[in-house]
Design a protein around this ligand. Structure first.
Ligand SMILES: Cc1cc2nc3c(=O)[nH]c(=O)nc-3n(C[C@H](O)[C@H](O)[C@H](O)COP(=O)(O)OP(=O)(O)OC[C@H]3O[C@@H](n4cnc5c(N)ncnc54)[C@H](O)[C@@H]3O)c2cc1C
Length: 504
């Protein structure tokens, strides 16, 4: 970067709007926050998003899989996340995966039906897990439908880039944003930073982590693209009968790109996703963003040609279907909240008074059993009336890889929206808000099971106890032995390794 500086003159900017709850960022977390705040009774919500659609990584980044919503026969991750599934199930080709009624099923016919797609836990014996894949453009539309249903309470501002929190001492009072209309402000009683990169928290005086850790999953970006003109099932069959050729093909694709890249199936047989992991790339840096975009696009034609050449039986008519409209990222900056999640939170079952979500961590260490996520993990230190749900949740560099997947972003977003609505209604702050009220609304009205809450059936807790919090299964024991042998918990590796979450 150039060493010169320029002093920007002080200026007066117009206030574009005022609201009770301002959500900045309309990804899985932000969209859920806005919807949940409105449903919790807040009539004056603004959702500000830099692009022209909601969903963030999920829709714009072409992320596919909503993993691990159940543990044995109980579905712990419900609320808005389950609503995505029920809404998309009514639209042809929009979603695939076993419904929650099948969770825990070990019938071999069911395992065979879902095994090739998604929805089978790596347990012994294998069992059905409620999870699903979605079609990103249908989700994009559905997210607008959900906002439109709440248009009396939520005003949507697309193409508006939140760039600076308005702070009075340590209290957040709104956000300055840029758009084609220039630089303006929105004033708010509570601001929810759902930018994924802690954009607002970083400028608020709240502590955040230093940038990305270069060895973890969260240090990777991606530009996902889709290939069509071949049958995914046919490719699977070919791979099983031509193992060496399939491995050579996969290796060649990685060599062309210069990073890990893998073709995965989606909701329909005729379109497949090229997921990829571009290591040591920070989505909050211009150079890394540019590199992610260009280095992927410059290689796509060669990749498609290679599939055609090395496996003409399957790929002879294959073609580039489309490229995700935005680069994806698995993480960058994150907040250092009033509570920092670490691996011990699922190595030993922990209970919190302020639990706002009960989520599986997609980790073999505990057989994907749900863990409790406390409100304090979305509550930044040192500042008030600012919340931070989503992939920048407060967690250490190992835990973050397991607690910022889509379900946790939706779940913490939903909780943040309810928390903001309660704080506004009661005239409290994000630090003094009545957490018991938040929990009662989530568990009572918004279909979010929570431990030790009167609205949640005791069978959820009993299920966990019966299966010993997933800690003593053969798979979990093996995973722990591996980690013990390595001297630490498994760290994400960009080349693959243990745990099905390595494909996220
Ligand atoms: C390639 C890839 C594969 C993945 N695979 C999986 C998977 O299989 N399963 C899974 O569960 N997770 C997966 N993940 C992770 C998961 O997608 C994300 O962690 C999750 O979607 C993040 O949601 P979020 O709302 O916190 O953030 P984001 O989705 O990043 O949303 C942030 C939103 O805020 C907007 N925004 C950002 N800054 C500003 C600003 N300053 N002003 C206004 N708007 C702003 C963005 O445009 C975006 O809409 C994957 C991620 C990637 C990149």
């Amino acid at each position: 970067m150039c060493a010169k500086t320029y002093i920007e003159p002080q200026t007066t900017i117009p206030v574009y709007d005022e609201c009770d709850v301002l959500v900045v960022g309309g990804g899985a977390a932000g969209h859920s926050a806005a919807v949940a705040a409105a449903r919790a009774g807040c009539k004056n919500v603004i959702l500000m998003e830099r692009y022209g659609y909601c969903g963030g990584d999920v829709t714009g980044g072409y992320v596919l899989l909503i993993p691990s919503l159940s543990f044995h026969e109980k579905t712990y991750v419900r609320g808005l996340q389950e609503e995505w599934y029920t809404r998309l199930s009514k639209i042809p080709g929009a979603v695939v995966g076993p419904p929650m009624e099948l969770a825990g099923e070990t019938d071999p016919a069911m395992i065979a039906k879902y095994g090739g797609v998604c929805g089978v836990a790596r347990s012994n014996p294998p069992r059905i897990e409620h999870e699903f894949m979605l079609e990103p453009n249908q989700m994009k539309i559905e997210m607008d439908v959900m906002l439109d249903e709440l248009k009396d309470s939520i005003r949507v501002m697309y193409h508006s880039w939140g760039c600076k929190p308005i702070m009075e001492n340590n209290v957040c009072k709104g956000v300055i944003f840029e758009s084609k209309e220039g630089r303006k402000a929105v004033l708010a009683k509570v601001v929810i930073d759902a930018t994924g990169d802690a954009d607002l928290c970083r400028l608020s005086g709240a502590p955040t982590s230093s940038a990305i850790d270069d060895e973890c999953r969260c240090s990777s970006t991606a530009l996902v693209y889709r290939i069509a003109g071949f049958s995914r099932a046919a490719y699977g069959a070919w791979s099983r009968t031509h193992r060496e050729e399939a491995m050579a093909l996969g290796q060649k694709i990685g060599e062309i790109h210069g990073f890990r890249a893998g073709l995965i199936g989606g909701p329909t047989d005729d379109v497949s996703w090229m997921n990829n992991w571009q290591p040591k790339h920070d989505c909050s840096k211009i150079a890394d963003q540019t590199d992610t975009e260009m280095q992927t696009r410059l290689k796509i034609r060669q990749v498609v040609e290679t599939y055609r050449e090395m496996c003409p039986e399957v790929f002879k008519d294959a073609y580039l279907y489309d490229i995700a409209p935005q680069l994806g990222t698995r993480g960058s900056h994150r907040i250092v909240g009033e509570y920092v999640i670490d691996s011990n939170d699922w190595a030993f079952p922990k209970e919190f008074d302020d639990t706002i979500a009960w989520h599986c961590t997609v980790d073999t260490l505990n057989d994907n059993a749900p863990i409790e996520i406390p409100y304090r993990a979305i509550l930044p230190q040192k500042v008030d009336n600012l919340l931070a749900p989503g992939r920048h949740i407060s967690a250490d560099k190992i835990a973050i890889d397991n607690v910022n997947l889509i379900p946790q972003c939706v779940g913490t977003g939903q909780a943040a929206g309810v928390a903001a609505a309660v704080a506004v209604k009661d005239g409290t702050t994000t630090h003094t808000v009545n957490v018991a009220t938040i929990q009662d609304i989530l568990a009572g009205e918004q279909d979010v099971p929570l431990p030790r809450n009167k609205h949640t059936d005791i069978s959820y807790t009993e299920n966990l106890k019966e299966h010993e919090y997933g800690l003593y299964t053969e798979a979990a024991k093996k995973a722990r032995e591996t980690h013990d042998a390595a001297g630490s918990y498994r760290h994400w590796t960009l080349s693959g390794g243990a745990g099905n979450a390595n494909n996220k």
